[in-house]
Design a protein around this ligand. Structure first.
Ligand code: ARG
Length: 580
């Protein structure tokens, strides 16, 4: 149900009856509430088509509008802007439909199957803030897409096959040369070998090994060689790599779980490797592989390119496959195993060129059309210096570290009258995650933003805690009114007319979010609806109102507002604590 699109259709008829043919008309919330709740500006552009002045068109249209009972208070302002209100009866009718079925405010779309690739955490390496953005935006887009009826499969697509893993194994070999994994004569079952390594160890080893590889050529050579051995499934090395993946994956799952992110598929890059032969065959058939300085590449530049698009590196000169190739393999795997209509990649905008190369090559191979693959890029979370957010000593900020920073702020803001000392840590964590996630979704996704912990955790302002606080308060009000009627609205009073109209505008917000692949509209909407509700709540003593009809109207409105907040917070994958 979307009353605005319904009205827009109705308006096309109205304009036609008045003698003007139009393809679309837009009923907009008015910028001048003193003149009307909504406005129609289309007479202005029609004036040039009909070689007449806009005011005359507006006058003719108004004559027709007046015959329609859903419009009231119709007037013309300036050179030809039409202002109007929707009749109370029409609003009551529609708001009660929403009361009965709030989920119907989200319009269903024609069904399609989408894979969303929004994990990308790298094995043996701590998740960082970039992974937060992928996961946070991706999970919300997935839930949004599901809410309109798409079939959606989220894939973690863990980075488990790149060169850095070769270095981790190299470093393990340095530190533990006696492990059976490095013993060529070992005949036992590697899966039974204990590895004296925790995830924390891996997170320490990874940067250490990458650094050493930069400084020490022999080390670098060995690391490359080991990567090659892993990629060619050499006994021992391959088994050790599998063990590392297992240890790291368990930790990665936990971190994603902490931020309310889950995947239908927990695949990694390496899961597509079994498609290597098949991909080689397709590539041979198309005859598009070119030798270049010992490497094998696929040319992807096009005539009209404004910037230089380099060839896609398929096999490196040392025989290992590139990051691009892991994506090609995964696309083939997805084609064969799932055959989706679309694939969305929620990945840092800075990987734009990578995806352009991969998409072009994929189309050349006849796997998917370019329109079926979409890179949904995002900007960076920056520090106050305008550069990607770092730790105090300039290191990469891990996701766990970031959550801790926010937690240290939310724990000080817990209301000690409501929350016991034992309950506080868990509640502060839920609020911290909400604060972080909400702040990350407020800006349009491609916009960089600055990490400001005090601002994000403030209970006032456009913040996660403000939305949670308002939602909890509505819930507690509803609990206190457990046996009171909240089933219908019989009157639209001025105190809450804006709120009703905002609620009825939700379908448009959902559509915009879907279209832009950005959650900022929804984050804003949550803030607006909470603000309007709080203004209303401050004015009216809902629970103790003696006029039963009024009380029922107010409670029903509270329930509907609460339901909408819950639905939208669930789309954003933000959890609401019982109290805070
Ligand atoms: N693992 C990669 C990284 O951390 C991100 C992977 C993004 N997804 C993809 N299909 N390439 O940069």
């Amino acid at each position: 149900m979307n009353i605005i699109t319904e009205i827009n259709k109705e308006l096309i008829n109205t304009f036609e009856k008045a003698g003007y043919k139009v393809d679309s008309i837009e009923l907009k919330p008015s910028a001048r509430k003193d003149l009307g709740d909504y406005q129609i500006n289309d007479c202005m552009s029609l004036a040039s088509t009909y070689h007449t002045n806009p005011r005359e068109i507006a006058e003719n249209v108004v004559k027709e509008l007046e015959k329609n009972s859903i419009f009231t208070d119709i007037n013309i302002a300036g050179p030809g802007f039409i202002n109007l209100k929707l009749s109370e009866e029409f609003l009551i009718d529609n708001i009660n439909k929403a009361v009965n079925n709030p989920k119907d405010l989200i319009e269903k779309q024609e069904s399609k199957k989408i894979i969303i690739d929004y994990g990308g955490a790298n094995v043996a390496k701590a998740l960082h803030v970039g992974h937060l953005r992928s996961a946070n935006i991706g999970e919300a887009l997935k839930r949004l897409a599901k809410s309109v009826g798409y079939e959606v499969i989220g894939d973690a697509h863990l980075g488990d096959y790149g060169r850095p893993l070769g270095f981790v194994v190299k470093e393990l070999k340095e530190r533990y040369p006696d492990l059976p994994y490095f013993d060529e004569n070992y005949e036992g079952d590697y899966s039974e070998v204990e590895l004296p390594i925790s995830n924390e160890d891996l997170e320490e080893i990874y940067p250490y090994a990458s650094q050493r590889a930069k400084e020490d050529d022999a080390y670098l050579e060995d690391g490359r060689d080991i990567t090659n051995k892993i990629q060619h499934h050499e006994r021992g090395y391959y088994d050790l790599w599998k063990k590392i993946v297992e240890i790291s994956k368990a930790d990665i799952r936990e971190v994603y779980n902490d931020i309310n992110v889950d995947f239908e598929l927990w695949n990694g890059e390496s899961d597509a490797i079994e498609y290597q032969d098949k991909l080689d065959e397709i590539i041979a058939e198309k005859n598009i592989l070119v030798e270049s300085e010992g490497a094998k590449v696929i040319e992807v530049k096009e005539e009209n390119d404004k910037i230089e698009i380099p060839p896609l590196l398929y096999i490196k000169s040392n025989g290992t496959i590139s990051y691009e190739t892991t994506d090609l393999l995964t696309l083939l795997q997805r084609k064969e195993e799932i055959n989706p209509d679309e694939i969305w990649y929620v990945v840092d905008s800075r990987q734009g060129l990578h995806f352009e190369q991969v998409f072009r090559a994929t189309e050349k191979l006849g796997l998917f059309d370019k329109e079926q693959m979409e890179h949904i890029g995002f900007g960076t979370m920056n520090g106050k210096d305008g550069k990607p957010f770092k730790t105090r000593d300039g290191g990469v900020m891990t996701l766990k570290g970031l959550i801790n920073l926010v937690y240290n702020s939310t724990i000080t803001r817990i209301n000690n009258d409501k929350v016991t000392e034992e309950e506080a840590p868990e509640i502060a964590k839920t609020v911290a995650i909400a604060a972080l996630k909400y702040a990350d979704l407020v800006p349009y996704r491609e916009t960089d933003y600055i990490f400001e912990v005090e601002k994000f955790t403030d209970i006032e302002g456009k913040t996660g805690p403000y939305i949670l606080y308002t939602t909890i308060r509505m819930k507690s009000l509803l609990n206190n009114a457990a046996d009171m009627d909240k089933s219908k609205i019989t009157k639209i009073e001025d105190d809450y007319k804006d709120l009703v109209q905002l609620i009825l505008d939700l379908p448009n917000i959902i559509n915009k979010a879907l279209k832009t692949r950005s959650l900022n509209e929804i984050a804003d909407y949550l803030y607006n609806i909470c603000s309007l509700y709080n203004t209303f709540y401050a004015k009216n003593k809902v629970l103790t109102e003696e006029n039963i009809e009024r009380r029922t109207n107010w409670l029903t409105l509270t329930k509907l507002t609460y339901d909408i907040c819950s639905i939208l917070l669930d789309i954003l994958a933000i959890k609401v604590p019982e109290k805070m």
